[in-house]
Design a protein around this ligand. Structure first.
Ligand SMILES: Cc1cc2nc3c(=O)[nH]c(=O)nc-3n(C[C@H](O)[C@H](O)[C@H](O)COP(=O)(O)O)c2cc1C
Length: 180
C-alpha cells in the first residue's frame, strides 16, 4: 500500500515533520511505501482563479505543484499535516489545497486514494475544541475530491521532544495503521 504525506509546516524538525517521520517509519516497517513531501519547500504559487483547469483538467501554472497530483493519484492513502496558524492551517497548506481544484473535473479526482486523513497540530492543549471548524472545512474539501473514507484529528500541546510519548499521537497512528 502506498501513502503520501503532505507536510504543511515550514518548520524543519518541528512537530509536524517529526510526526510525518513517525508515520513513515512505522508504515515502512510494515512493508508499506511512504512518500513525504514538504509543500513549503516546493514553491507552489497561489491559484489565479483563471478557471482553465475546469476545461482542461490541468493548471496553466508551471511550478512546484507539477507532478504532485499525479503522485497523489498513485497513492492509496493521503495524509495532510499542518500546524494551526492563527486558527487556520498554514498559508502554504491552503494554497496547496486550493491548487487541488485542477483535479475536480476528473470522475475520480484523486485516482486510487481510498482514505484521507488530516492532522492539525497546535500549541493550545484545548485546540481540538477550538479549531474544529478549520478541520471540518478541510474535510469538506477532501469530500469534494470524492474521497469517501476521510477523517481528521487536532492535537494540541505537543513538542518535537515529547511527541513520541504522547498517547494522542499514538492513538492517531494506531487509527491510521488500522486502515492499512
Ligand atoms: C505564526 C504562528 C501562528 C500560530 N497560531 C496558533 C494558534 O492560533 N493556536 C495555537 O494553538 N497554536 C498556534 N501556533 C502554534 C503551532 O500551531 C504549534 O506549535 C504547532 O504544533 C507547530 O508545528 P510545527 O512545529 O510542525 O511547525 C502558531 C504558531 C505560529 C508560528
Amino acid at each position: 500500500m502506498k501513502t503520501i504525506i503532505l507536510n504543511g509546516s515550514p518548520r524543519k524538525n518541528g512537530v509536524d515533520s517529526n510526526i510525518a517521520s513517525m508515520i513513515s517509519e512505522e508504515f515502512s516497517a510494515k512493508g508499506h511505501t511512504v512518500d513525504v513531501l514538504d509543500i513549503c519547500r516546493l514553491s507552489i504559487n497561489g491559484c489565479t482563479g483563471c478557471m482553465s483547469c475546469r476545461k482542461t483538467g490541468k493548471c496553466v501554472q508551471d511550478d512546484g505543484m507539477n507532478g504532485i497530483i499525479g503522485k497523489i493519484r498513485e497513492s492509496d492513502m493521503l495524509i495532510l499535516i499542518s500546524p494551526i496558524y492563527f486558527a487556520a492551517e498554514t498559508g502554504q497548506m491552503k494554497i496547496f489545497t486550493d491548487r487541488l481544484t485542477s483535479a475536480f473535473t476528473e470522475k475520480r479526482p484523486l485516482g486510487d486514494v481510498k482514505a484521507a486523513s488530516i492532522l492539525l497540530t497546535c500549541a493550545d492543549p484545548e485546540g481540538d475544541k477550538k479549531y474544529g471548524s478549520t478541520l471540518n472545512r478541510m474535510l469538506d474539501e477532501v469530500g469534494y475530491l470524492k474521497v469517501e473514507d476521510r477523517s481528521g484529528v487536532i492535537i494540541g500541546g505537543l513538542s518535537p521532544d515529547t511527541l513520541r510519548d504522547s498517547p494522542k499521537v499514538r492513538d492517531y497512528l494506531d487509527g491510521l495503521i488500522r486502515k492499512l
